[in-house]
Design a binder for this molecule. Structure first.
Ligand SMILES: Nc1nc2c(ncn2[C@@H]2O[C@H](COP(=O)(O)OP(=O)(O)OP(=O)(O)O)[C@@H](O)[C@H]2O)c(=O)[nH]1
Ligand SMILES: [Mg+2]
Length: 191
């Protein structure tokens, strides 16, 4: 399974490219990648960049896929799946828990479903902490062509998805969903 790191966002709330912002002397995206590399079921990490930050992302030495659409996470996942099945995360998720990710990938492999996505009991999904089959790409393509850009809606529209009930999991695993959106979010990781 590929670990795909979405890195083609606009960082509007953060004010500068948050993925290159150094935390304890290391760019945010590398903190995220380090966590992904700790997953025993992830064999290779790729970065899904925008045309704008492609060069900066290539500096890190990982395979880079360019997302030419950059219409949000949906085109990031679409681009990632061109390389095969992938576990997809945002590059702004430095608190990923490898054990949790391995758990989802195991459920994905056992289920034979098109995707395996954590879901809260209120129906809210965590699509940037989920496993996707390369076959899900066709569904995304159809949605994108129709101008339907919400990744969560694309998942909900698919019939063969396996959902993981978050409330049934260890409480500590919820930390894995933490993502940096604003400068003040950094307090939570810079102790
Ligand atoms: N490849 C790709 N990645 C994206 C795209 N949009 C968002 N991402 C990434 O997905 C993750 C979560 O997105 P957001 O938190 O909304 O990030 P953002 O768009 O950079 O930030 P805001 O402008 O503040 O919403 C981040 O790591 C982004 O870099 C996109 O269009 N393409
Ligand atoms: Mg975010």
């Amino acid at each position: 399974m590929i670990g795909a790191v979405l890195a083609g966002g606009k960082s509007r709330r953060f004010g500068e490219d948050k993925l290159l912002f150094e935390i304890n002397g290391k760019p945010l995206v590398l903190h995220t990648i380090e966590r992904l590399e700790g997953c025993s079921s992830i064999k290779k990490v790729i970065i899904v960049a925008s045309p704008q930050n492609r060069e900066a992302m290539e500096e890190f030495g990982y395979e880079v896929v360019v997302d030419d659409l950059t219409i949000g996470p949906i085109s990031g996942v679409y681009s990632a799946l061109s390389l095969g099945d992938a576990f997809v995360v945002g590059g702004d998720m430095p608190s990923l828990i490898p054990e949790f990710i391995d758990y989802i990938i195991k459920q994905f492999n056992n289920s034979g479903k098109i995707a395996c996505v954590p879901r809260w009991s209120n129906g809210y999904l965590e699509p940037l902490h989920a496993a996707y089959s390369k076959n899900f790409r066709d569904i995304l393509e159809e949605r994108i062509e129709k101008g339907l850009y919400k990744l969560g809606d694309a998942i909900s529209s698919a019939k063969n998805v396996c959902y993981i009930k978050i409330e049934d999991l260890p409480l500590g695993w919820r930390e894995s969903f933490f993502n940096v959106n604003k400068k003040e979010d950094l307090h939570r990781i810079m102790q």
